[in-house]
Design a protein around this ligand. Structure first.
Ligand code: PTJ
Length: 245
């Protein structure tokens, strides 16, 4: 990462691409993750590569949900692990959430590599390896979760999630927080809190809001949750993209 000059106008985008490439080399990120990254990068360009005001509100609502949760879980896939491992570990610490590796293209090798990678970045307990429960109405491989992890969670953060699984998790009654740069994608469309922002910016922002709200009362947190308008947030993001075009 040293070879990318920080004053480069596309610094963040280059850094992101570089991290995904490294992730593929390390056996953390699936090759498809490079395509996902390319799509994300195009949407980020159209959003102006910044956190738009509606995303700030979504990130604050996400922090409030996580602080109110009985059992919050942060889901980690190959792109998330490559892009924001330390940031996810930090968020999990601040809101007292579990980290669970949950893969679209599931292999034991990648599961292990990602769990190791998270531990290298300070994670103590990494879930997802037991896979002793199933999300209803999903095919076998994609349904695998930990009984004391995502299966049991009341609030889940699912960044860059596949639409089918996002839908199935929502049907289980979980409060879903989705981070996805494409506001038209099915996952943000079904999420209670859709965050249309780059995960590189979104996760540190949620953590900052959570720190800021650490002493807030239950009523204050509930008010933030209630005030957030998911439909308006999705529309605002789409509007921003259209005006950018
Ligand atoms: O590691 P695995 O096996 O679980 O696979 C992970 C990927 C991401 C490859 C898999 O879930 C997949 O193929 O996802 P999709 O269907 O390509 O969806 C990824 C979504 O994330 C797209 O809507 C992208 O626009 C979005 N995205 C990509 N990069 C970012 C992003 N959103 C936020 N921040 C990003 N950096």
């Amino acid at each position: 990462e040293e070879e990318i000059p920080e004053d480069h106008p596309r610094y963040e985008d280059l850094l992101t691409r570089h991290r995904i490439e490294r992730g593929v080399e390390k056996g953390i990120t699936h090759l498809q993750g490079m395509h996902a990254e390319g799509r994300g990068s195009a949407f980020d360009y159209l959003l102006g590569e910044e956190t738009i005001p509606s995303a700030v509100e979504a990130e604050r609502a996400a922090a409030a949900h996580l602080l109110l949760a009985d059992h919050p879980v942060l889901s980690i896939n190959g792109n998330v692990a490559a892009l924001v491992p330390a940031e996810m570990v930090e968020l999990a610490d601040v809101v007292d959430a579990d980290l669970e590796v949950n893969l679209f293209n599931r292999t034991p090798e990648r599961l292990e590599a990602i769990a190791d990678h998270l531990r290298e970045h300070g994670a103590e307990d990494v879930k997802g390896l037991e896979a002793d429960a199933r999300i209803p109405r999903l095919d076998h491989q994609r349904a695998k979760v930990d009984a004391d992890g995502i299966y049991d969670a009341d609030v889940v953060v699912v960044p860059l999630e596949d639409g089918d699984r996002a839908e199935a998790l929502a049907e289980m009654g979980k409060t879903e927080i989705v981070i996805d740069l494409n506001p038209l994608s099915r996952s943000p469309q079904v999420a209670e809190v859709p965050i249309v922002d780059n995960i590189i910016r979104a996760v540190p922002n949620i953590t900052e809001h959570a720190r800021d709200l650490a002493d807030a009362s239950g009523e204050e947190l509930e008010a933030i949750v209630k005030e957030f308008d998911r439909k308006r947030a999705l529309e605002a993001a789409e509007e921003r993209i259209r005006s950018g075009l």
